[in-house]
Design a protein around this ligand. Structure first.
Ligand code: MG
Ligand code: MG
Length: 260
């Protein structure tokens, strides 16, 4: 059952999503060779609690941390650890918060230092597929239109679209209906209408779409060991318009400052 949100609820959700955006922006300058994902996790937890919110993933389905940090061939659900990141790695940082009873849930894949052109293209194309998907989130369209646009754009590069994990509705629960697969057929699925709030999250592999789970019971990795990228935004329909509740502006500001 889809829970449609009022304008007031969408405003609260925007605040939750924006806190995730600010958390990712706060982390961005620290994502350098030598930092550990556990250090990033501690910074994120402190930042979220300082903003009078609760880490959304910590304890959810018994997940042990604030962030999911997925390095290189890890697709999603990586558990932060003490291993330093290395030059040329990529790390997908997925973060959730619970504030005013509503969840925000959003992710970005960061390069660690200089990365290869092939991996840079994977990040660019995955992010583009998220932007194209958001353009399809409008009243009268269907979830399948969103799904199709992601699959179409990324498979054109020969990339593998993960099937087993999907985007979702978002609200008072982290995972609500409807599911938003990253593959599908145009004109199929639930209709997009006023009050719908979605977390759209392409998970795109450089090689095979096949995945497996590590023995830790969480981490999802690519079956062929090639890298994977993950970008996620929260999107709502309010007054007939598409509103992106989350933003990468804080990350972009932080990374630009670093270059100077
Ligand atoms: Mg997420
Ligand atoms: Mg999500």
């Amino acid at each position: 059952m889809i829970v449609y949100k009022s304008a007031e609820e969408i405003e609260l959700m925007r605040q939750s999503s924006q806190l995730v955006s600010k958390t990712l922006g706060m982390l961005a300058p620290y994502i350098q060779p030598g930092v550990t994902t556990l250090e990033l996790d501690r910074m994120a937890e402190e930042f979220i609690r300082d903003h009078k919110a609760i880490p959304g993933f910590l304890g959810l389905y018994n997940f042990p941390n604030t962030l999911c940090t997925s390095v290189n061939d890890q697709v999603v659900h990586g558990i932060p650890n003490n291993k330093p990141l290395l030059e040329g790695d990529i790390v997908s940082v997925d973060c959730g918060v619970l504030m005013n009873d509503f969840y925000g849930d959003h992710a970005f894949t960061f390069p660690v230092g200089e990365i290869s052109p092939e991996v840079a293209q994977l990040l660019r194309v995955t992010r583009e597929s998220l932007e194209l998907a958001i353009e399809k989130v409008k009243p009268g369209n269907r979830i399948g239109d969103v799904s199709y646009s992601i699959q179409q754009h990324t498979e054109a590069y020969g990339y593998g679209v993960v099937r087993e994990l999907v985007g979702h509705g978002l609200g008072r629960n982290m995972h609500e209906d409807p599911e938003v697969p990253n593959y599908g057929k145009k004109g199929t699925g639930k209709k997009i209408q006023e009050g719908l709030v979605l977390a759209i999250e392409p998970m795109i592999n450089m090689g095979t779409r096949r995945i497996r789970q590590l023995k830790d019971g969480w981490t999802i990795v690519t079956a062929d060991g090639k890298p994977s990228a993950h970008f996620e935004h929260n999107v709502a329909i309010l007054n007939g318009e598409t509103i992106v509740l989350s933003t990468y502006a804080y990350i972009e500001q932080a990374l630009e400052l670093q270059v100077r």
